[in-house]
Design a protein around this ligand. Structure first.
Ligand code: ZN
Length: 434
């Protein structure tokens, strides 16, 4: 199902012509309205009229998270505050938040983009969606909220937390759609199984999960426990929130809203553009944003783009599920490790649950990785032999996947922290240790 079929299935040649025209206009718009871009573009000698083809994109300077932070709070705005009708922000791990500002036009487009993602996943006006993202400055909740209203679905702004009440609303309101982080969906699934109600008491059918990564194994577990068909979607505050890309029913990559967001893949060390199909860091230029446009924003997400047409009829490029963030990538004994690699091993192993924690320490100048994972059942704790065999199995699989020795610790069921928002699973203690 399509929300804007004409745009979503536009032939590539017309789509690229549209992107080029919008890119040229956007470069001039930034030059004229944002002092930061005025300086950068002037130095680089780039103007809209100098851009002759989409590959000229490489002459435009990058924008980084640090640039946005340095211009906190309103230095990146292209419109006076009088024209801004909404401000969102994401909490950074350090210091000031990253601000996003929207004109009325931006909000309208945002809702359209989320509506595309929702309908691509199979949502309709008959669905009743419970939004269990935390509301507030975070773009996820309000982004999905208005996008789902736009397709005529019924929206319940539940926010996160109070899990008993979440379950009660599932049952009493006949909720068919869930919006949550994958980690919260895992927890909700466990609670649904323990709720004592028959499966028919729940009518859930579609899950639009996002704001953090979700491996295939994790997705299967959520689908099994909640009876959902789960799709992944993508966005970030710097790009205006969710709606940038989303999976269709075939789940073979996330379709980029390419008429509004121009994606490219670069080598995150040399900063050179990569060939189509190669993996690297995703860089995005907004083509239509008025309040806070960004040119070549470095997302730090590692992925690849597929330009082959999709079975669903959409022509917009598909982004592979994000492998990890350059920020999240751990370098342990010189080996690059993404937490998602460890997660896929754990979720694919019987008798351990989806809850885990990674602890990295340094002892005598040597990095050590400890993987703590919960057992599904406490019964196993009584058999030392079985425990040891399980531990060995996980250790060996991690070693073959990561090429690295890790200490595996099996812990009691329900002993690790549960998350209602984004999960925090990595504890890197290396700066604290010797
Ligand atoms: Zn598709």
């Amino acid at each position: 199902m399509f929300y804007q079929k004409e745009i979503e299935t536009m032939d590539r040649r017309s789509l690229e012509a549209l992107q080029l025209e919008r890119l040229r206009r956007m470069v001039d718009y930034c030059y004229e309205n944002v002092p930061f871009y005025h300086d950068r573009l002037q130095k680089a000698g780039v103007t809209g009229s100098k851009i002759k083809s989409l590959s000229d994109l490489q002459y435009i300077p990058f924008t980084t998270k640090e640039d946005i932070r340095d211009n906190y709070p309103f230095g990146m705005l292209a419109q006076p505050l009088k024209k801004i009708v909404r401000i969102h922000a994401s909490s950074g791990t350090t210091g000031k938040p990253t601000v996003g500002a929207y004109t009325q036009g931006d909000l309208d487009l945002w809702a359209d983009h989320v509506a595309r993602v929702a309908m691509a996943a199979g949502a309709t006006a008959d669905d009743i969606f419970q939004i269990s993202f935390g509301y507030g400055l975070f773009t996820g909740a309000l982004g999905l909220h208005y996008g789902l209203e736009r397709i005529g679905a019924t929206v319940i702004p539940a926010s996160s937390g109070n899990t008993e009440k979440q379950l009660m609303m599932f049952r009493d309101f006949g909720v068919t759609g869930l919006v949550a982080t994958p980690s919260y969906a895992v927890y909700l699934g466990e609670m649904v199984r323990e709720s004592g109600y028959p499966p028919e008491a729940y009518r859930l059918r579609i899950g639009l999960l996002g704001s953090e990564g979700c491996t295939e194994g994790m997705r299967e577990r959520i689908e099994r426990n909640l009876g959902l068909f789960v799709t992944d979607n993508y966005g970030m505050t710097e790009l205006g929130g969710p709606g940038v890309a989303g999976e269709c029913e075939y789940r073979c990559g996330l379709h980029f809203a390419e008429d509004a967001f121009l994606p490219e893949i670069i080598d995150n060390e040399t900063l050179e553009p990569k060939d189509p199909g190669e993996s690297g860091e995703l860089v995005v230029t907004t083509l239509l944003r008025e309040g806070m446009p960004v040119l070549r924003y470095r997302t730090k997400d590692i992925t690849r783009l597929n330009y082959e047409p999709c079975r669903c009829g959409r022509t917009h490029a598909r982004m592979e599920k994000v492998m990890g963030r350059t920020d999240d990538m751990l370098i342990i004994k010189g080996v690059n490790v993404f937490p998602s690699q460890i997660e896929s091993v754990l979720v694919g192993t019987e008798k351990v649950g989806p809850h885990y924690q990674l602890v990295v320490r340094r002892r005598h100048y040597m990095d050590q990785l400890e993987v703590k994972v919960e057992l599904v059942s406490a019964e196993l704790l009584e058999s030392f032999g079985e425990l040891e065999a399980l531990q060995r199995r996980i250790h060996d699989r991690l070693k073959s996947v990561l090429g690295l020795e890790a200490k595996v610790t099996l812990v009691e069921p329900k002993s690790l922290e549960r998350f209602q928002g984004k999960a925090k699973r990595v504890l890197d203690l290396r700066s604290e240790d010797e």
